[in-house]
Design a protein around this ligand. Structure first.
Ligand code: ZN
Length: 170
């Protein structure tokens, strides 16, 4: 495994609609392993392939599935060709940061609950129900596959003060 360079705005790959994955070959396995390592080292709680310069529909997310319980273990998701379905029309405003837009935070409305369907790294179907922050992370990452970044949707964008509480980057 190796670390990949995280690309930042205005790199055009971040604005492209990413291509569906068709081959579940060694190259894909290496990409996913590298994305997981890069996300952990960054550190971040999610990463989409365009953020490492690869215009393919692959995301990785590592976050707790139970925010109420601080001791709950983190869960790692690697989803290929993800599709998102909003299951709760209600939205919540939250603060987001992005590894590809360093030094910026924004308030973004996101749906409270989603179902993500896609394929795992072996090409087998997966279905993930996510709520709250986990749902937010999936919405943010899947936006990256459409060439959308959080500042496109943010109601307010600002540069955080040095002492402002850090937000998990995605
Ligand atoms: Zn991001």
């Amino acid at each position: 495994m190796s670390l990949r360079e995280i690309v930042t705005i205005p790199n055009p790959v971040l604005r492209r609609k990413a291509h569906p994955v068709t081959k579940f070959d060694d190259e894909l396995q290496v990409l996913i392993a590298d994305m997981i390592e890069t996300m952990r080292v960054a550190p971040g709680v999610g990463l989409a392939a365009p953020q490492v310069g690869i215009s393919q529909r692959v995301i990785v997310v590592e976050y707790t599935t139970n925010e109420e319980d601080e001791t709950a273990p983190k869960k790692l998701f690697a989803v290929v060709n993800p599709e998102i379905k909003i299951t709760d029309e209600e939205t919540e405003t939250g603060v987001e940061g992005c590894l590809s837009l360093p030094g910026l935070l924004g308030e973004v409305d996101r749906s409270l609950a989603v179902i993500v369907k896609g394929l795992n790294r072996q090409g087998k179907p997966v279905r993930i129900k996510a709520q709250g922050w986990l749902a937010r992370i999936f919405q943010h990452e899947i936006d990256h596959l459409e060439g959308v970044v959080f500042t496109d949707k943010a109601s307010k964008i600002w540069k955080p003060e040095a002492d402002e509480a850090l937000v998990d980057n995605v």
